[in-house]
Ligand binder design. Structure first.
Ligand code: AMP
Length: 281
């Protein structure tokens, strides 16, 4: 695996690669890699001749200094996992490389997609995501970019980002990989204590309950019961649980035939904030 730390060097490499017309897949991450990330690498390897993974803990998408400081950083283990997965290239820039002092970040507003749910509870988060992903796409310009449905709202933001910037990049939003008890894999799971880790799987129990009872109950009943299921666990505190239009992120007060809906939750498990979702129907 080739490792690049600066933009100029990776672009020189990419210039040569593009001449050979090889299909290029790109998997952006913040590191602390787990099997969910590796599943994106594997998908990219199936569909492309060259796969690039980036690891960059993007400070502008954190709305809490504490969360940024505590975000796990495990670069040596990450490199080992990427080599095992036969990833071709790692882009591992530092902060000065991605945010040169002379550049000003733009303020982006994609309507409901960036203002609801994660946008509401983590002000500035999607602005940071949009800024960094725009830079990464402009640097790497892959044929296809791979993101996880685990961050369902982020997938919608990236879809809109590609459209608004006119990038010629295909977006592949891949399924969520889960632990045996259903907890969505996440770099943040490393920060859970044993007891928190046990209780965290209740988030998936609640989302599945919504899916199973979707036809029989009203939206208000579904959300109320799911919140109760989560908070049966003393270490869990629900920040939001909503049922939304899966394309526009409008919160649905009731079910409407023919709309693709998704149940999304953000839950504090101790001090660790976890998100998960399930598409309904
Ligand atoms: P992150 O490092 O958390 O920014 O995640 C990098 C990419 O991996 C994002 O597109 C995530 O949605 C995706 N991802 C994170 N967790 C999972 C998972 N459990 N299954 C599949 N993809 C995931």
């Amino acid at each position: 695996m080739i490792v690049f730390k600066n933009i100029q060097e990776i672009q020189e490499y990419l210039k040569k690669l593009k001449k050979s017309k090889k299909l290029l897949g790109f998997v952006p991450t913040m590191g602390a890699l787990h099997s969910g990330h590796i599943s994106l690498i594997e998908q990219s390897k199936k569909e492309n001749e060259v796969t690039i993974c980036s690891i960059f803990v993007n400070p502008t998408q954190f709305n809490s200094e504490e969360d940024l400081k505590k975000y796990p950083r495990t670069i040596e283990k990450d490199i080992k996992k990427l080599i095992e997965a036969e990833c071709d290239v790692l882009f591992y820039p530092d902060c000065n490389e991605m945010y040169p002092k002379e550049e000003i970040n733009s303020a982006e507003d994609y309507g409901h997609i960036t203002s609801r749910l994660e946008g509401k509870f983590r002000p500035g988060h999607f602005n940071g995501v949009i800024n960094i992903v725009t830079k990464l796409f402009a640097t790497i310009n892959p044929d296809t970019a791979y993101f996880g449905q685990k961050d369902f709202q982020q997938c919608a933001v990236i879809k809109e980002l590609i459209k608004r910037n006119g990038f010629n990049i295909k977006l592949n939003c891949c399924p969520t990989l889960r632990e045996e008890d259903g907890l969505a894999m996440s770099s943040r799971n490393m920060r859970l204590s044993n007891e928190e880790r046990k209780q965290a799987s209740q988030i998936y129990v609640a989302l599945q309950w919504i899916k199973l009872n979707f036809k029989a109950k009203t939206v208000a009943e579904l959300k109320m019961e799911a919140r109760k299921i989560i908070e049966e666990m003393p270490l869990l505190k629900t920040e939001y649980i909503e049922i939304c239009n899966a394309d526009t992120f409008e919160i649905m007060p009731r079910k409407i035939e023919g709309r693709r809906l998704v149940a999304l939750a953000a839950v504090y498990c101790g001090n660790v904030r976890l998100i998960d979702n399930l598409v309904l129907g």
